[in-house]
Design a protein around this ligand. Structure first.
Ligand code: FE2
Ligand code: FE2
Length: 267
């Protein structure tokens, strides 16, 4: 079923509200909208990339902004401080509030289908950096996690963004309608995305990254709330928590963690 983007946005309170939503929240809203459209028999077309482009100046923020920096509704709220030596779990509980359910669902599906622990961890982490920034999120995410996970997990995170744009039916991945709505039906990924896909599909860790995209497809379920504790052992085995706390170990990514910890610092 196709939808009218403007009509869909209007039902959510406007383009600025939609821009501030996580993609799981957007998917939930889309599902409700489609259910309503199905009931009324009104099937609307996917927007074009030009129509999406035309929306840019209708919003106060850009679409690539991180969740922590823009409120989904009304003003932003005070954030609870993180402990002195914050762990990954602390960030999940206190900062990854708008990405965690989607990531937990994705990791849960990887676990239930018997995937490797590294794939499960990559799924668990794959979109969490969207709290900091959404544009090119997989590259930011891989960089943020690189000091703490295996190169294979970082690869799986880095390339899932490019692989999302390309079918791989053999491995159970089909280009999602969500992207037809969010990017436009005729959207063509930029050359760097195509080049990343060309490289990744010949790589020894292609499967790991592809599986992040496969689990992504099934991770927008309403009323499914896997718990982080389910992954405690996998985090313990595959995530190197720095003893100083994430943000204070002087790693090349420490500033990214601090920015998530203190998004209200003006400089
Ligand atoms: Fe993603
Ligand atoms: Fe995702």
């Amino acid at each position: 079923m196709k939808i009218d983007r403007r009509d869909f946005f209007a039902t959510l309170g406007g383009a600025a509200v939609v821009a501030a939503m996580t993609h799981e929240a957007r998917a939930d809203a889309l599902e409700h909208y489609l259910m309503g459209a199905a009931a009324s028999g009104a099937a609307k077309p996917f927007p074009t990339a030009a129509q999406i482009e035309a929306q840019i100046e209708t919003r106060p923020t850009r679409r690539g902004v991180g969740n922590l920096f823009v409120s989904a509704q009304g003003n932003v709220k005070h954030l609870q401080p993180l402990p002195e030596k914050p762990t990954l779990q602390d960030y999940f509980k206190l900062r990854f509030t708008r990405t965690s359910n989607h990531c937990l669902q994705s990791a849960n599906r990887a676990m239930k289908t018997g995937m490797s622990e590294e794939i499960i961890l990559a799924c668990l982490l794959h979109d969490t950096v969207q709290e900091l920034i959404k544009v090119d999120h997989a590259y930011w995410g891989a960089q943020m996690y690189e000091p703490y996970v295996s190169p294979k997990v970082a690869f799986a995170i880095r390339y899932h963004q490019a692989l999302r744009f390309y079918d791989d039916k053999e491995n159970g991945y089909e280009y999602p309608d969500l992207y037809r709505n969010v990017f436009g039906v005729d959207y063509q990924p930029e050359p760097y995305i195509r080049e990343a896909w060309e490289m990744a599909k010949k790589h020894q860790w292609y499967y790991e990254s592809r599986m992040v995209t496969v689990n992504d497809l099934y991770a927008f379920e309403p009323n499914v709330n896997p718990q982080l504790e389910q992954f405690t052992d996998i985090i313990g085995r595959h995530f190197k928590q720095p003893s100083e706390g994430l943000g204070y170990d002087h790693s090349p990514a420490a500033h990214m963690w601090r920015s998530i910890s203190f998004p209200d610092h003006p400089l």
